[in-house]
Write a protein that binds this ligand. Structure first.
Ligand code: EPU
Length: 293
């Protein structure tokens, strides 16, 4: 693969993706780049497409299982300051794709703007959260989105308003794009009240979910009208292990990495869990986490 001289200087090779996933699992990326701005991002995707090298956008790596064999392509992380910018117009925050949700919530709070506190504790970037319509406690980020800015496969920047956006439970119609930023509608609220709501959400999360050991959040989507965690728990699978991959004792829809788990161990354990839930309840669980292999 021959990259232009400019990109050759900027691309890293052989970067361990386990450093960038909350599971702390994943082999090496053949190429890895944190583009400085949209211009550089566009150059990467254009050159990669021309050379038929697949590219992958890495958010916070928190809903992701990366193969132990690594990724034979370009992994792009939107973590430079350019992609972490946020600006305000009245009660709307225009948040860069690389900004973490926690940082976004905090910036909004400082302006006396609330309404997005339910996202507290979700370890995602704005980009990742919008792409998969992250949510908690019955609310999803889609309910707040006014408009998004995207880059298409041909390197064209565009804006999609509400009419063009479709969201479902943990899904969006944006997978063909790279999300650059999102305009999120908030409400004026007293700062103290916002702060209290943030603490309440974080505290419930700490009580009900595994925050100690590396994990990727809920492994499976909830089947309609039920909770995957509840079903897995009823199968008696809390604590079940495949080597260092283990079903969390705290929340059965979490798999934790006890230290040296491989992607292969997680996949074996997830497949065992699916089989058990299918046998016992006739429910086919579907993965919520993204798998790169
Ligand atoms: N439950 C059990 N055992 C368990 C886990 C849960 O019996 O091991 C029961 C709980 O007691 C409760 C019910 O199942 O009665 C639902 O549990 P919880 O409130 O923890 O919510 P959940 O449906 O398991 C969903 C989201 C979470 C989100 C929480 C809180 C999915 C797959 N999960 O979990 O999102 O944080 O609600 O809003 O949509 C994620 O997306 O990665 C994630 C963790």
């Amino acid at each position: 693969m021959t990259w232009s001289q400019n990109l050759r200087k900027r691309l890293k090779s052989g970067v361990f993706l386990s450093r960038y996933t909350t599971f702390r699992i994943g082999g090496k990326a053949r190429f890895f780049i944190e583009p400085k701005n949209v211009k550089e991002l566009t150059a990467v995707i254009k050159e990669a497409r021309k050379a038929k090298v697949p590219y992958y956008i890495l958010g916070n790596g928190s809903n992701l299982l990366v193969s132990d064999k690594g990724i034979n392509g370009v992994v792009i992380k939107l973590s430079s300051p350019y992609f972490k910018k946020a600006s305000f117009k009245k009660n709307i925050i225009d948040a860069g794709a690389g900004l973490n949700l926690g940082q976004m919530i905090e910036k909004a709070r400082n302006k006396g703007l609330g309404g997005c506190e339910f996202l507290s504790g979700i370890p995602a970037t704005v980009g990742g959260a919008v792409m998969m319509n992250a949510g908690a406690r019955g609310d999803s980020i889609s309910g707040l989105i006014k408009e998004v800015k995207v880059l298409d496969k041909n390197g064209k920047v565009g804006t999609l308003g509400k009419g063009k956006l479709k969201f479902g439970y943990r899904k969006s119609n944006l997978s063909q794009y790279i999300l650059l930023s999102a305009k999120i509608k908030l409400e004026k609220r007293p700062k103290g009240e916002i702060g209290q709501r943030i603490s309440d959400y974080l505290s419930v999360r700490r009580q009900t979910q595994d925050t100690g050991k590396p994990n990727a959040g809920c492994v499976f989507k909830n089947p309609a009208g039920d909770s995957a965690g509840r079903l897995i728990d009823l199968c008696g699978l809390k604590g079940k292990r495949v080597r260092d991959a283990q079903v969390s004792f705290r929340h059965a829809n979490f798999i934790v990495n006890r230290g040296r788990a491989k992607a292969e161990d997680v996949l074996k354990l997830a497949s065992f869990v699916k089989q058990r839930v299918k046998e016992r309840f006739g429910v086919a669980l579907e993965e919520e986490i993204k798998i790169w292999q």
